[in-house]
Write a protein that binds this ligand. Structure first.
Ligand code: HXC
Length: 510
């Protein structure tokens, strides 16, 4: 064979490889409005930057006559490219090849890009769409998952790991996405469950649809497994690009800084009236966050889960920050089990990746009751204090209104390591609200005496001045000054250099 024939042969084999499980299967999915694995990757990466690795890998299974069912690539498209000019590793399951099922060979392909991402300090994005373990390969396939989970764990906290679920994700296969930092899902198209509806029916006699059991809405609003919910695949993939813009490529890099597009001195008069005169009225904490951050743009994470706490990314003076905020508009901003889990994991992500933390605080306390106590609010609530206390990134806290009891302490208070602790004049920093306090201290008093004691308590303790007198609050500021004050605090802490005592790892409450 001459060189010309060799080149032609290569071109033909390449073309075949790019057809995955076949032109007919690709066409069928296209008609159903589903992107192919390669189209998904093209959409994720900057145009023309994708470099595919292991395009001709095939499986080596001979059981079930599998030698007759070999496809170049074997159901995984993997490699690297760029997102906004920065290197990102990627792999996508190709459902057209044996349902995107995981073989030993394509597990090796995944492990190869995971290792490259770790060695070269770049994020890795997994685009999942798979029938799970390749049944024909049995334990070899299961072991493939084991090696992927191992790499997920080793990469945790070193490079950002992002998963999109763009089709089925069943059984133990769910645990690779679960080990990554963020999960994206598409409405009605993505499904994740450890056991599907049929097994559920057999074991627990529950009748449940796959959408109800493990659809995008379920995991966004009920289980807290999913961080971002998209209406379409395109929305999800563009969401991943956007998320990558807020985070560094690895744990040795600083958070990305972009050009300052918004006046750092900008004062918003409207902020003066966001916190209502009546301390018992709700308000939306995002009405404080959005006007303060660059270009009023807040990229919220998990907006549908545990709405009593708000988390997300924004930029202040061009610098990427992570925001954690109690939400008085939902359950009065109380801390409960789900809010604690949601916040703690986000705080730890930001700390892993050198993203400063800004905390907006308006919290009446932890949610009381048997449900919370019996389900472990003690150990779950402990996660927030643990996460804030161990975080060595700059920590800036702003108390807008209520800061009561243990909830005040856990929300990045001064002595848990807050670097800059600010308060509005409307802040109420005390052990508890006036009613609770008076009912304990003046249990036997008559209603008039109690009313008088409550007024006295409000006047003297429900304010920021006691805490400021003791140095637990560094500065009291007006709401309209918030943006510049936060930017000043970020500038002051820019070179913060703090490390925790050397240890193998801490024993975080889980
Ligand atoms: C081998 C598989 C497969 C699998 C699907 N296929 N799943 N091949 N191993 N796990 C093949 C089908 O035989 C079919 O091949 C093609 O992929 C498309 O599948 P369909 O069933 O026709 O597609 P659809 O109707 O869309 O249903 C998709 C599906 C269903 C819901 C994913 O295929 C399914 O339930 N698959 C099994 C899922 C499962 O139980 N996996 C094991 C989970 S346990 P042809 O040749 O007809 O095109 C697990 C353990 C991991 O993964 C443990 C890690 C620790």
């Amino acid at each position: 064979m001459g060189n010309k024939e060799r080149y032609d042969q290569f071109i033909e084999r390449n073309r075949q490889a790019e057809l995955g499980g076949g032109a007919d299967k690709l066409q069928k999915r296209r008609e159903a409005g589903i992107l192919s694995a390669r189209e998904r990757i093209e959409m994720l990466l900057d145009k023309g930057t994708f470099v595919e690795i292991d395009k001709f890998v095939v499986h080596h299974c001979t059981d079930f006559e599998m030698e007759k069912h070999k496809y170049a690539g074997d159901g995984i498209v993997s490699g690297y490219g760029k997102v906004n000019g920065r290197i990102v590793f990627v792999y996508a399951y190709d459902f057209t090849i044996l349902g995107g099922s995981l073989s030993a060979a394509n597990a090796q392909k995944i492990v190869k890009v995971q290792s490259l991402a770790l060695k070269n300090g770049a994020p890795i994005v997994a685009l999942n769409d798979s029938g799970g373990a390749r049944i024909q390969e049995g334990v070899e396939s299961l072991s493939g998952y084991a090696s992927i989970f191992y790499q997920n764990t080793m990469a945790s906290g070193v490079v950002p790991q992002i998963s999109a679920i763009l089709g089925p994700c069943a059984g133990g296969a769910c645990y690779s996405p679960a080990l990554t930092d963020f999960i994206f899902m598409v409405k009605e198209k993505s499904h994740m469950f450890v056991t599907g509806p049929d097994v559920v029916r057999t074991v627990t006699h529950e009748e449940v649809s796959k959408e109800e059991l493990g659809g995008a809405y379920t995991h966004s609003s009920k289980s807290g497994v999913c961080h971002f919910l998209g209406n379409t695949e395109e929305e999800v993939i563009l969401g991943i690009r956007e998320l990558l813009g807020f985070i560094p490529s690895n744990n040795m890099e600083d958070a990305p800084k972009s050009a300052v597009t918004d006046d750092i001195h900008r004062e918003e008069e409207a902020l003066q009236s966001v916190v209502p005169d009546d301390p018992n009225l709700p308000y939306d904490i995002k009405d404080l966050i959005e006007p303060v951050v660059d270009d009023h743009y807040f990229f919220e994470v998990m907006p549908h889960f545990a709405k009593n706490i708000v988390i997300g990314f924004a930029r202040l003076g061009g610098k990427s920050v992570g925001i954690v905020a109690n939400q008085p508009a939902y359950l009065a901003g109380v801390l409960d089990i789900d809010a604690s889990d949601k916040a703690a994991r986000f705080i730890r992500f930001c700390d892993c990746f050198n993203i400063p933390l800004i905390t907006f605080e308006d919290v009446p306390g932890f949610l009381p009751g048997c449900v919370q106590e019996h389900n472990g609010i003690i150990r779950h609530g402990a996660k927030i204090v643990y996460a804030f206390a161990e975080a060595t990134v700059p920590k800036i806290t702003l108390i807008t209104r209520k800061a009561y009891g243990g909830a005040y302490i856990v929300m990045s208070s001064k002595l848990t390591g807050g670097d800059v602790n600010l308060a509005y004049p409307t802040a109420e920093i005390a052990v508890m609200g006036e009613e609770g306090a008076v009912n304990i201290l003046y249990r036997k008093a008559n209603p008039e005496e109690k009313a008088e004691a409550m007024a006295h308590y409000r006047e003297n303790f429900a304010n920021p001045y006691k805490a400021a007198e003791l140095g637990y609050i560094d500065e009291i500021i007006l709401p309209k000054q918030t943006r510049f004050k936060l930017i000043q605090a970020l500038e002051m802490t820019r070179n913060k250099n703090q490390s925790n005592p050397p240890k193998k790892h801490g024993n975080m409450p889980l």
